[in-house]
Structure formats: structure tokens, C-alpha cells
Design a protein. Structure first.
Length: 202
């Protein structure tokens, strides 16, 4: 196989099995989106044409079938959340990170921070019309967004002077604390049953 320069974006999702990964390959301009199940190089199935390359993309996520993407872009000095690509759902002068499309593709959660590179801010959930369904309180540090199901997004966060914790924000706007622990706590994923995949530095 000839050697090629390759860029890969991968996502691991507990709800879809321990070895399920979806990848966007940009080896060539006409390279399609592929789904790879398993670890063998031959385990590939083409599922959609490769989306066009975009400029100024700061973060991205995609729906379960790999057919649509949510992206965060800088456009004319503002930060814009698009889903699908080209459809603006939310625009702000602040920073947007960690976009997460809900299992049904009907909602998108994300973190809005004061400026790029900062980890403070709040979690927001918007629908496909761009309406804000729910917002969390302000945190000094936010990370690790993951949908448990269609109605709740989980995330790890910290408040000034308090231990890190995992919280859940519902589309109704109700927020609850799920787990609190000393040290640095980061959420990586959550199953439909509520089992957490986390890492911790004590």
C-alpha cells in the first residue's frame, strides 16, 4: 500500500460497544466516510460520501449513522454552532466547545465559555430551531459532555472551592449532581443505564 498523508477523527462510544469506532478519513479529496467495526484493517463499510473540507473548524461531533455533522466554526469574529453543516443553531461572541449531538439527532449540547482556551462556562442544550432548551449554572471548569439518553446530558465540572463532580442537565432545565469525588474528575462517556466512564487524578 502506498504511503499517504492521512488525517483521522475518531469517536468511541460505550453505547455502541467497546470496539465500535466511526472515522472520517481525508486521505484523498474523494475519500468517503466509512464505518469501521473491529480492529482489522479490512473491517470497513462505506456509509456516506465524504463531507466537504471546512475552514476554521474548532470542534465537531456527528450523529450515530455518520451522515450529519455538528461543527463549531469562527465566522467573522463570532463563534457559530452549525448542525447540520451550513445551518446555524447558535452564534456568540464567546467560545463554544465540546458539541455533542443527542442520540436522535434532534438536539445539540455544548459548552459556552468566556473565550477560546478557557474551561469555565456553562452547558447549553439547543434544538434544531436554535432554541435554548436548558442551561446549567456557571462553573469554573467544564469537561466531558456525554448524552445518557435523549433527555439528559452528563458532564464533569468544578465550582470554586469545591470538589469535582459529575452533573446531569435535563432538557427540562433540571440539573442534578450524580457523583462527587476528590481530585480531578473527567467524564468520558455514560451508558444508557447510567454507568460512567471516568478518569481521576488524585
Amino acid at each position: 500500500m502506498e504511503e499517504r498523508k492521512e488525517r483521522l477523527t475518531s469517536r468511541h462510544n460505550v453505547r455502541q460497544g467497546p470496539i465500535a469506532k466511526r472515522m472520517v478519513c481525508a486521505e484523498q479529496l474523494d475519500q468517503p466516510v466509512v464505518e469501521r467495526l473491529g480492529r482489522r484493517p479490512g473491517d470497513r463499510v462505506v456509509v456516506a460520501d465524504r463531507p466537504p473540507l471546512l475552514d476554521d473548524v474548532e470542534a465537531a461531533d456527528w450523529v450515530a449513522d455518520g451522515g450529519s455533522f455538528a461543527v463549531v466554526r469562527r465566522v467573522e469574529g463570532r463563534t457559530r454552532l452549525e448542525f447540520p453543516i451550513g445551518t446555524s443553531l447558535y452564534t456568540t461572541v464567546s467560545a463554544i466547545s465540546l458539541p455533542r449531538v443527542s442520540p436522535s439527532g434532534e438536539r445539540v449540547a455544548f459548552v459556552e465559555s468566556t473565550q477560546a482556551g478557557y474551561t469555565n462556562g456553562r452547558v447549553r442544550i439547543v434544538d434544531l430551531e436554535g432554541a435554548i432548551l436548558a442551561s446549567s449554572e456557571e462553573f469554573t471548569d467544564l469537561s466531558g459532555l456525554a448524552w445518557r439518553d435523549e433527555g439528559e446530558i452528563f458532564y464533569s465540572a468544578a465550582k470554586a472551592g469545591k470538589e469535582d463532580a459529575v452533573y446531569a442537565l435535563g432538557i427540562s432545565g433540571r440539573s442534578r449532581e450524580v457523583l462527587r469525588s476528590p481530585g480531578s474528575l473527567s467524564l468520558h462517556d455514560v451508558s444508557r443505564e447510567g454507568r460512567l466512564l471516568i478518569s481521576q487524578d488524585k
